[in-house]
Write a protein that binds this ligand. Sequence first.
Ligand SMILES: [Zn+2]
Length: 158
Amino acid sequence: MQAPLSLLFAADSTLGKLVKYLRLAGFDTLLDARPPDAARLNMLAAPHRIILTRSVRVKKTIGDAQVIFIRANDPSDQMLQVFTELHLQFKDLHPLTRCALCNRLLTAVPKDKAQGRVPDYTWQQHCLFKECPECKRIYWQGTHAKRWMMRVREKISH
Ligand SMILES: [Zn+2]
């Protein structure tokens, strides 16, 4: 399997939440918005994205492409399956680098420029803010993100 940094994904439309999680972990991940279709997923994944699907039909139809058939229902468990199958470790994750909605790389925002764009309490408590160049959403290393990362670390580090 490829080195973790070069991992790219293309997921079918039933995996919207997993796609967001993978982007939050820093992975370049495309979502096919229409009902699962092997030919279209193959095109989306070309030349070297790993296809993520919950469709047995898609899995059977897809030829030589790398594909992970997702079994779990819960998005956290789905992500752990991906990490386990690809032997990813906690150090391979790059949280707070990519927009969960647009898949675009985030850019740093100086603290004074973030004022008024995030809740006051958040602004006071944090120093590092990032912005999506596409949707302008502001990201920060919040409590939720920290808890989520700890949970991932617990599950994949053994
Ligand atoms: Zn965005």
